[in-house]
Design a binder for this molecule. Structure first.
Ligand code: GLN
Length: 304
């Protein structure tokens, strides 16, 4: 398996298409040539190739895991009444809110993620963030650190997300202070993980919520199932439909160039390469996923 990953890694090194995200200036300082792939199996082994041990900020990859925390805290019905489950078909930072109520369309776009973060139990923003960090760390099987420079950069430039939060607050959808919700959201986005960590986080979802390395039951099985459903329908933003068609796996991308993908009951995949396509998905990450899905017949709708 490791040899297959190395071969895939090498075959995609010549792919230099795409551009770094610049709207968070600190992200534009990352080495664009980085490329790491990792695959974690449910017996606890991790196979890796390239820069799979280089940390990057999770950004939107945090969203499904925070959604898992909120579902485990409040239950599906309570969460669904506040954040929808419909693909928006729009960009990650779109204003996709239900007319009148301000309820965001799904937890994988920014508006829905900011609201989801506000639902996590905790006495104040600091406690809520620590619970989120603990949860994401439990998914990864090690304590995840915060990138203070990326956090500061996003705090300075995150006005679009602030605008989304104000719209939701004005409509009554967001029920805490805007700054409080955003502070926690920006922090979760600035948590650092490697492609290997992301593969283990994915494998935990593939394994019904139990981390295959630490054996910790991080979230209940039905929560993992619901998170995977949302990743399958909404995880790749306006590229979600074509992704499901071609790759056929629940996945989530982030603007730092990471992708988390899950083959339920089989394994977790973590990919990292910072150059992005127009939809904000890693160019090499998408290409590698397509090859992996085809080669190992991972498509969920595959007829054996
Ligand atoms: N922190 C980023 C933002 O809110 C995350 C977006 C992403 O990764 N697509 O804009």
């Amino acid at each position: 398996m490791s040899a297959a990953l190395r071969e895939l890694h090498d075959s995609l090194l010549s792919e230099e298409g795409g551009t770094l995200a610049t709207y968070i200036p600190e992200l534009a300082r990352v080495d664009p040539a980085l490329f790491g792939l990792a695959l974690a199996t449910l017996d606890g082994r991790v196979h890796a190739a390239g820069d799979a041990d280089v940390p990057f900020t999770l950004q939107s990859i945090s969203k499904p895991f925070v959604y898992a925390r909120a579902l485990a805290d409040l239950g599906l019905e309570a969460v669904l009444s506040r954040v929808g489950a419909e693909p928006s078909g729009e960009a990650f930072n779109a204003i996709s809110l239900e007319p009148g109520t301000g309820r965001p369309s799904n937890p994988m776009v920014n508006a829905g993620a900011i609201l989801t973060t506000s639902l996590v139990s905790g006495d104040g923003p600091a406690a809520r963030f620590e619970r989120i960090r603990d949860t994401l760390s439990a998914f990864a099987g090690r304590r995840l650190e915060l990138d203070e420079a990326v956090l500061a950069s996003e705090l300075e430039t995150g006005d679009r997300n602030r605008a989304l939060a104000y719209l939701m607050r004005n409509a009554g959808a967001l029920r805490c202070e805007v700054d409080e919700a955003l502070d926690v959201y920006f922090r979760q986005c600035a948590l650092l993980a490697t492609a290997e960590d992301v593969a283990v986080m994915a494998a935990t979802l593939a394994n019904g919520g139990v981390n295959p390395r630490t054996k910790e039951a991080v979230v209940p099985g039905p929560v993992a199932e619901h998170v995977l459903a949302l990743m399958a329908s909404c995880g790749m933003y306006d590229g979600a439909g074509e992704w499901l068609l071609r790759v056929g796996l629940p996945a989530k991308s982030g603007v730092s160039g990471g992708i988390v993908a899950v083959s339920p009951g089989q394994f977790g995949i973590g990919l990292f390469s910072p150059r992005l396509d127009v939809r904000g998905n890693s160019v090499r990450g998408v290409a590698a996923s397509r090859v992996l899905a085809e080669r190992f017949q991972l498509h969920l709708m595959h007829y054996p």
